[in-house]
Design a protein around this ligand. Structure first.
Ligand code: NAD
Ligand code: MG
Length: 386
C-alpha cells in the first residue's frame, strides 16, 4: 500500500490540547519547513487553544461547544475560521488542503472524524486506539478501499511497525506487547480495593491524559492495544502476547518464523512515535534523551496477572467474541473510568461494570458502523441502571 510522502504536510490535529496533541505541536514546531498546523480542534480548553492559535496561526479551529466557540471567534479575528460541534470535526478533516490528520481525541468521540478522514483519503497518524478497538472490522477495509495507511502513534504499535519494516509478509509468528504494569503492579488484590484517583493518575513512566492513565493502571490500556494490534497487523488473539516490562525501554517485539525476535527500544517519550508517524518512512533528528544502557542496569519482564487485573482478560474475551463485543467493552470501560475519576466507584469496580455489560450483550456479527454506534449507546444505557 502506498503512503503519500510529501515534502510538506498540512496537518489537522484532532485534540490539539491533549497530551498527544500538544506533543504533536512540538514536533511540528521543530520542523516548520516540513509541517504546518493547519487545523486545531478542542473540547473545552480554550485558554490553551488561544495560545496555540497565537503561536501556530492555523487556518481554522474546531471548538466542540458553540458558546466557547463564540469566545474564540471574538479573540482570534477573521483570519482564523472557527467551526463548532462534531460536524466541524468532520468538515475540517476533509478539507482539500489537509494532507495528514492526527487522530488524537480520546475515546469513542474519535470514531466519526477518523472514518471521515479515511474516506477523504488523508494520511492518518492514529493515536485514538478506541476507534480501532470498536470499529476495526469497518475501518481496515475502508482504509484499504481508499488506499490509506493508518500510521500508528501508540508507542507499542509504532515499535511493531518499525520491527516489521523490510520483513516478508507471513514471516511473523508472534507479537509481544510490552506493558509497564502501571502504578499498582505490585499491589495485592486487597490493596487494589482502596486505591485513590490521585494514586491511579500517577503513571510511573508516561505523562498522558487521565482516561488512558487509568486504563494503564487497570491494564485495560494493554487490552485495548491487543485489539488495536490485531487490526493493524492482522494477527489473531492467540498470537498476541503481553509481557510486563516496568522500565518501558522496549516498546514491543516481534517474533519471526525462524525464532528470531526484533525489538524496538527508546526512552519513553511520545514525540518519537508521533514524529515517526509523520515522517515515515524517513527518520529526522530529535532532541530527545538517548537510551543510556549502563545507567539502566537491568531490564525485567513478568507475566501479567489477570486475576488482579481482569480488564486484560476481558479485552481478550471481547476480541475472541468479535462482532459488536469490543464496542461494548470499550463503552463500558469509558463509563466505568469516568465513574472512578468522579469518585463514584472504587477502582476494583471498573472490571465488574465491564463484565456486567459484556455478559448482557447479544452480539451482532459483521457489524456496520451504525450497529457499532448502536452497541456503544446500548452499553451506556444499560450501565446507567447499575
Ligand atoms: P487527552 O485527554 O490528553 O486529550 C484529548 C483531546 O481530545 C483534548 O484535546 C480534548 O480537548 C479533545 N477531546 C476530548 N473529548 C472530545 C470530544 N468529545 N470531542 C472533541 N474533542 C474532544 O488524551 P491523550 O492522552 O492525548 O490521548 C488521546 C488518544 O491517544 C487516546 O485515544 C489515547 O488512548 C491515545 N494515546 C495516548 C498516549 C499518550 O501518551 N497520551 C499514548 C498512546 C495513545
Ligand atoms: Mg501504548
Amino acid at each position: 500500500m502506498n503512503v503519500k510522502v510529501r515534502l510538506h504536510q498540512n496537518i489537522a490535529i484532532l485534540g490539539s490540547t491533549g497530551s498527544i496533541g500538544t506533543q504533536t505541536l512540538e514536533v511540528i514546531a521543530s520542523y516548520p519547513d516540513r509541517f504546518t498546523a493547519a487545523y486545531l480542534t478542542v473540547n473545552n480548553n480554550i485558554p490553551l487553544l488561544l495560545r496555540q492559535v497565537e503561536r501556530f496561526r492555523p487556518k481554522g479551529v474546531v471548538v466542540l461547544d458553540p458558546a466557547a466557540a463564540e469566545t474564540v471567534r471574538s479573540r482570534c479575528g477573521p483570519e482564523v475560521e472557527v467551526l463548532t460541534g462534531p460536524e466541524g470535526l468532520s468538515d475540517v478533516v476533509r478539507r482539500t488542503e489537509v494532507d495528514t490528520v492526527v487522530s488524537a481525541l480520546v475515546g469513542f468521540a474519535g470514531l466519526r472524524p477518523t472514518v471521515d478522514a479515511i474516506t477523504a483519503g488523508k494520511r492518518i497518524a492514529l493515536a485514538n486506539k478506541e476507534t480501532l478497538v470498536v470499529a476495526g472490522s469497518v475501518m481496515m477495509p475502508l482504509a484499504e478501499r481508499h488506499n490509506v495507511r493508518l500510521l500508528p502513534v501508540d508507542s507499542e504499535h509504532s515499535a511493531i511497525f518499525q520491527c516489521l519494516t523490510g520483513e516478508p509478509a507471513g514471516s511473523v509468528t508472534r507479537i509481544i506487547l510490552t506493558a509497564s504494569g502501571g502504578p499498582f503492579r505490585s499491589l495485592s488484590a486487597n490493596e487494589l480495593r482502596t486505591v485513590t484517583v490521585e494514586q491511579a493518575l500517577k503513571h510511573p513512566n508516561w505523562s498522558m491524559g487521565s482516561k488512558i492513565t487509568i486504563d494503564s493502571a487497570t491494564l485495560m490500556n494493554k487490552g485495548l492495544e491487543v485489539i488495536e494490534a490485531h487490526w493493524l497487523f492482522g494477527m489473531p488473539a492467540e498470537r498476541i502476547d503481553v509481557v510486563v516490562h516496568p522500565q518501558s525501554i522496549i516498546h514491543s517485539m516481534v517474533e519471526f518464523a525462524d525464532g528470531s525476535v526484533k525489538a524496538q527500544l527508546g526512552v519513553p517519550d511520545m514525540t518519537i512515535p508521533i514524529q515517526y508517524a509523520l515522517t515515515y518512512p524517513d527518520r529526522f533528528p530529535t532532541p530527545t534523551r538517548r537510551v543510556d544502557f549502563p545507567s539502566l542496569r537491568e531490564m525485567t519482564f513478568f507475566s501479567p496477572d489477570t486475576e488482579r487485573f481482569p480488564c486484560l482478560r476481558l479485552a481478550y474475551d471481547a476480541l475472541r467474541a468479535g462482532g459488536t463485543m469490543p464496542a461494548v467493552l470499550n463503552a463500558a470501560n469509558e463509563v466505568a473510568v469516568a465513574r472512578f475519576l468522579a469518585g463514584a466507584v472504587p477502582f476494583t469496580q471498573i472490571p465488574v461494570l465491564i463484565e456486567t455489560a459484556m455478559d448482557r450483550h447479544v452480539l451482532r456479527e459483521n457489524p456496520t458502523l451504525e450497529d457499532i454506534v448502536e452497541a456503544d449507546g446500548w452499553t451506556r444505557d444499560i450501565l446507567s441502571t447499575f
